[in-house]
Design a protein around this ligand. Structure first.
Ligand code: AMP
Length: 219
């Protein structure tokens, strides 16, 4: 069977990261989050991290060439040979076009899942989001709280609010999504590749996962 590149698409806060982590366990393929990769570069303080930090903290997209290169480098590693899950990429038409060429050359079949969630729910959801600064695990104060308040179940580290999860930044990120990313829906719909839309508004992460698995024909 041709290896699949699963593209999880949707606005910030639609649950892409959570679903990607659950699907990684299920499919045993790497989860590639451009947001996580960029945050790691900021934390490491390298040249690229310094270059993107301001844009990310302002809720704006980083330049296409940077993320295209990060994804091309990551997907060409050996552990991606049987497939991978993209979370937060592509986010612009230019990224989608570059990715399409790359996937064709590497022999991957793209499958797009669009998680639809309305914006008022997103703002409430992101405002309650917490992350472990050590392992990246995500928690929600409402739907998936840590066992011990404010601490990671796995690492015990004190959970943090990501800089770009502050409310004014969330609004900026949603605007960037509307302006630059949402138009990709027409591109995917016209591409001829499998394209599935799911309601990500209600239900637990496991319930949304069940819908994702069902459209992917996974047991
Ligand atoms: P995320 O964790 O996917 O919501 O991404 C957090 C931030 O990283 C975004 O608001 C952007 O500043 C940056 N970012 C992540 N992925 C991309 C991408 N594909 N293109 C441009 N910027 C990105």
């Amino acid at each position: 069977m041709q290896p699949k590149a699963l593209i999880l698409f949707g606005p910030p806060g639609s649950g892409k990261g959570t679903q990607a982590k659950l699907l990684r366990e299920r499919l045993q393929v790497p989860h590639i989050s451009t947001g996580d990769m960029l945050r790691e570069r900021i934390a490491s303080g390298d040249h690229l991290g310094v270059q993107v930090q301001e844009l990310m903290q302002a809720g704006r997209l980083v330049p296409d060439e940077i993320v295209n290169q990060l994804v091309a480098d990551r997907t060409s590693q050996a552990d991606c040979a049987t497939g991978f899950i993209l979370d937060g990429y592509p986010r612009t038409l230019q990224q989608a076009e570059v990715l399409a060429v790359q996937l064709r050359q590497q022999g991957f079949k793209p499958v797009v899942i669009h998680l639809k969630v309305d914006y008022t729910k997103i703002i409430a959801r992101i405002a309650g989001r917490r992350q472990c600064p050590v392992c990246g695990a995500l928690y929600s104060l409402t739907s998936n709280p840590p066992q011990r308040p404010d601490h990671c179940d796995l690492e015990g580290a004190r959970l943090v609010i990501r800089d770009d999860d502050k409310e004014f930044v969330i609004r900026e990120r949603l605007e960037a999504y509307d302006r630059q990313t949402r138009p990709l829906l027409d591109y995917f719909a016209a591409s001829g590749d499998p394209f599935h839309e799911l309601d990500g508004s209600d239900g637990t992460p496991q319930e949304v996962l069940a819908s994702v698995c069902s459209v992917l024909n996974l047991e």
